[in-house]
Design a binder for this molecule. Structure first.
Ligand code: DGL
Length: 274
């Protein structure tokens, strides 16, 4: 097996919030990011479609030399990860690995909530899948979880409306809905990688005693830990501190957007998935 970059996949731009944090934790590693911008959003799509699209993306990243792929997308982690791990990987190459981002976030929850009442803001797909409540119950059965789907939030980000006045109405409405479900919530997880782009507005409409948690930091720490526990995979990850990007949409638009997160020159190529 030839060593290669760590693949990072998202339906669009959201995974860049995870990638920038992973790079902060593992600056010497090489990364290859793939955004399926042409087919985003995934959050309102069926299980079958999210699995199909995610599986195509993972195969493309493997074909480009990645041995380890992170699904930096909650919707893909919720709806496709298990099937890819159990059905696809044994057929493709059982030595390759695909990891999600729900479990790494949930693992740190114990330190974050005092009231043991937690809220999840995520896409309709992630909320419907019940992945967060199920993972949380496995690790911390005493924590009460409430979820709120925010189907408009990803389109706001993908259409460059994150900082517009129009965004405020939808952001406030979903936060109010979530807190109305359980007034003891002291910690809200932004369970969609696009949402950190809306962080300032989310913070503005959330009471100050409630923590608002973004995932990047936890995914970064958890990946360091994974590579320490799996030296056989660590040796399959190249370390020249490079970062390259692939998009299924226009290279120019992607470059503009990615430059919000990365100072260095963005090397991006277009790719079609099938
Ligand atoms: N950013 C993805 C997530 O974390 C999905 C956004 C979408 O495509 O709906 O859920």
């Amino acid at each position: 097996m030839q060593p290669g970059p760590i693949g990072v996949f998202d339906s669009g731009y959201g995974g860049l919030t995870i990638l920038s944090q992973i790079r902060r934790h593992l600056p010497e590693y090489d990364f290859l990011y793939l955004g399926d911008n042409a087919r985003t959003p995934y959050g309102t799509r069926s299980f079958e479609v999210v699995y199909e699209f995610t599986s195509q993306a993972v195969r493309a990243l493997f074909d480009m030399g990645c041995q380890l792929v992170i699904l930096a997308c909650n919707t893909a982690s919720a709806k496709a990860l298990r099937t890819i791990q159990q059905i696809d990987l044994p057929k493709i190459d059982p030595r390759k690995r695909v990891l999600g981002i729900i479990r790494p976030t949930v693992e740190y929850l114990d330190e974050l909530t005092v009231t043991r009442h937690v809220g999840i803001l995520a896409t309709s797909g992630t909320i419907k899948s019940q992945s967060y409540p199920l993972e949380i119950k496995k690790l911390f059965p005493d924590i009460t979880v409430s979820g709120e789907a925010c189907p408009i939030w990803v389109p706001l980000v993908e259409n460059g409306e994150a900082h517009s006045e129009g965004a405020d109405y939808f952001i406030r409405r979903h936060i109010d809905n979530l807190l109305a479900k359980d007034d003891k919530i002291d910690t809200i997880i932004l369970g969609c990688t696009h949402y950190p782009i809306l962080y300032d507005k989310i913070r503005q409409y959330t009471p100050s005693h409630v923590n608002v948690i973004t995932q990047g930091e936890y995914v970064g720490k958890s990946l360091i830990n994974y590579l320490e526990r799996h030296p056989e995979m660590d040796t399959l990850c190249t370390k020249n501190a490079t970062c390259r990007f692939l998009t299924t949409e226009s290279v120019d638009i992607f470059r503009q957007y990615a430059s919000i997160f990365f100072d260095d020159t963005i090397q991006v190529q277009s790719l079609s998935l099938k």
